[in-house]
Design a protein around this ligand. Sequence first.
Ligand code: HEM
Length: 526
Amino acid sequence: MYLIELLLAILLVIATIIIVRVYTSYRKVSHIPGGWQITSFLFRIPIVAEYVFINNPRRILQLVKEKSEKENGNVVRVSLMGRNIVYINDKELLKEVIVTKGHNFPKHKAPYEGFTIFGENILTIEDSADENLRNHHKVCSPAFTNQNLEYLVDYSSKSIGKLFDRWQKQTKEYTINGKTVQGYSPADIKNDFSDLTLDILGQVGFGLDFDIFSANEHSEGIEFRKSLELLFTTGVFVKLYVGMNPLLKWAHPLAQQYFGIDHALKYVSSKLDDMISVRKNEIEHQFSLSGEGSDRRDLLSCLIEANYLQKGLLTDDEVKSDAFIFSLAGHDTTSTTFQWCCYELGKRLDVQQKVREEVNSILKGRKPVFDDFTEMNYLNCVVMETLRLHPPVPAGFRVAKKSTNIGKYQIPKGTIIALDLANTNWNEKHWEKPFEFIPERFAMNFDERQKTESDFTWVPFSMGNRKCIGFKFSRYELFTLLSNMMQKYEIITLNDESNPKDRVYEVPGPTINPGNLRLLFKEISN
Ligand code: HEM
């Protein structure tokens, strides 16, 4: 009996401490409109909730409408267990957090820590003024020169050609609006596009053939790719939920073993070590012979070469971690965007026809090349509108290093700031009819569009000195994939969205994918 009373007393003390902690934390930000934890499923579990920041932007939008609309709707607070996140979706406030008062808002460690599988890297360094971040940028930036983008454009055309070959073998007859057409409807478009961007990543990222479109099931490329995929998905989540959770940390090695992450980690790590060492030797040899670098144009070789030229600013481990981040950040985002783009074009055949006419008038049947990018005005408007309406990365996270005013609100030290990229892209103050797909809202002129890309209203790649380093890479990749697609297939979205059961929906996750998407790729007869 005495024991039960003692236990109850202990529980009461713990509950009181938690309540006091939560209340004290909430009091500091109660002047900011908002509400309690609103995200779904796992996120309601208190221990887990603290470490989860992958939010559903539609839920945030709902909260903005409910709680913050009369206050202008620029800022909304979400209070977790003892922590507060303030979401901002307005261009002026974003500028304050990212630029003018950026020194007070380093990246918030927790949500990025899952990406430190191979150690700290360009994405995860917190302080933007950190000398080390500058070193990462100096070494990584040369991987995104025009020469490399030319290589990307050429290879992306080859890669989508391989996907088309695969589809062609499975071409069938379909009946659309009473007419019989030849085409292909993938069972899971996510898989097909993921194969496509991974194939491009293998070659352009690592100079490796991942053998995705060949029948060789047991090649080295396949093993490397499968291990990478495991690390991208399960590996990141296990690190985030188990490895970083103070209560579950002890189980991290077990979880890694259980999911095969330790094996994948060792494999990718030793493969990257080998590649780095071989290429370093190659580059040193080449320089000693000719004073010039190697002909390899993949991102990894470019990183190694830039690091060699800059006298080893980064360690081999840092180069390895950056290469891993490029592959992680650069493949799912682009594949997701391409899915959304096809979805929108498949619903709007008039828009699609306009893109096709532009592509045909510029390319006249040939493959796209690097220089075509700036000529393809309408195609680029379509890509920009896709990224505005369906930003694959909905938010970035910062933390207030000290108490700072943002707009009219005082943000206490320790508050997490979410750069609400999705809701900035959907902000009615920035965009008319923000939830409609209207590519014409972007200027048909390259320079004018560039102005929009830098005015903080269109932010799918974030902004400032932590803006996505791969933004040009993905834009050139998407331009190449789409112009090839327009020459070969007409896209038809098969979902009947008047039927709620057949609607395409957003699947929240590290990137926001379309769920239940059914597309038909109808062959264009010449
Ligand atoms: C449609 C495609 C893409 C989108 C929408 C996208 C979006 C973003 C966003 C929003 C950020 C900022 C994240 C934050 O602050 O938390 C970011 C950062 C980053 N992205 Fe991308 N990305 C894309 C493609 C790529 C590609 C192709 C690469 C590399 C090949 C890449 C590499 C990176 C890296 C290294 C960072 C960290 C930069 C830093 O913190 O300084 N991304 N990306």
